[in-house]
Write a protein that binds this ligand. Sequence first.
Ligand code: ATP
Ligand code: MG
Length: 347
Amino acid sequence: MSQSSHPALEIRDLSVEFRAPANRGLFEKPATFKALSGISLDIRQGEVMGLIGESGSGKTTLGKAIVGLTETSAGSICIKGQHAGPARAAGRRSLARLVQMVFQDPYASLHPRKTIGQTLSEPFTIQRTASRAGIAPRVRSLLQRVGLSPDHAARYPQHFSGGQRQRIAIARAIANNPPVIIADEPVSALDVSVQAQILNLLDDLRAEQNMAMLFISHDLSVVRHLCQRIAVMYLGRIVEIGPAKEMTAAPAHPYTTSLLSAAPRVKARNRAQAAPIVLSGDVPSHAAIPSGCPFHTRCWLYEQKGCPARCRTEMPRLETLPGGRQAACFFPEEAATPARSPAAACV
Ligand SMILES: Nc1ncnc2c1ncn2[C@@H]1O[C@H](COP(=O)(O)OP(=O)(O)OP(=O)(O)O)[C@@H](O)[C@H]1O
Ligand SMILES: [Mg+2]
């Protein structure tokens, strides 16, 4: 395969394990749990893939695994056809050239004692992509590209608002035009009035540079607007993945239906007929994932179907459906249509 025909980001069967915070006997092996299991996804150049799921489902862990901040225990990550996996420790600098992450908190992500000019010089010095004399003009043009003034280079982070700091963090991420950007809830810490500006900036830069972007968010209306495709994560697995418009109009996994039902703006536009669904109970612990379909303990469709044994005993795999969407449910064609009256709870 030629270099250009590869997806910008290619993830295969990726797993991440963490040590459980358990207090066990002295001679027992430390317990681990899988925060991510068998994640596979591709993002094309120029494409924005949304990643949604409840808190703790593993979204940030996936982002950090891609940029090399979290160790993976199995699987592979390729960026533009280059392995970003095992050679990571030695190849951190080359990985940073391929992928950058923008974090949620623009207050924590900038060094308080470095001027903005110093912070924005680093990508060029570390990657050796500009001569000494060339760095200052590159920093000035970078500031302009993200809507700030070149004069801001001399100031410190505390002189900037949250929105301006996020512009600086974005400038640092795109300095060397990486082919892939991970944006982890990039506007959720910002004032509502600046959220749209930052989202537009990210999207404009993505289009200008033809970057692939993994956009992690809780805000389904933003995801639907910004992303061509959406991946839905539950307990460290992708349970549905497909084109944003089709998925939000008619989900193929009951978990997606539940998330959409909780997003009033998306629901109002697309799913006015659907009955509201309240997800029962908390997300189970990663250390005690339910047998069979991990979602069955909270699944309205499981109850609506009369609690089929298969859902409790067999793990549904991601299957490709007509139209190219994929869902990990035994009843994908019924996932978009909750009954108007609630089914009896399963015992
Ligand atoms: N370094 C770590 N060590 C141990 N457990 C971790 C570590 N990082 C994350 N976890 C656990 O892994 C799971 C997934 O966490 P993650 O932060 O990826 O979730 P998330 O989907 O990003 O949630 P949120 O929407 O709240 O940001 C959680 O159970 C979390 O407690
Ligand atoms: Mg997170």
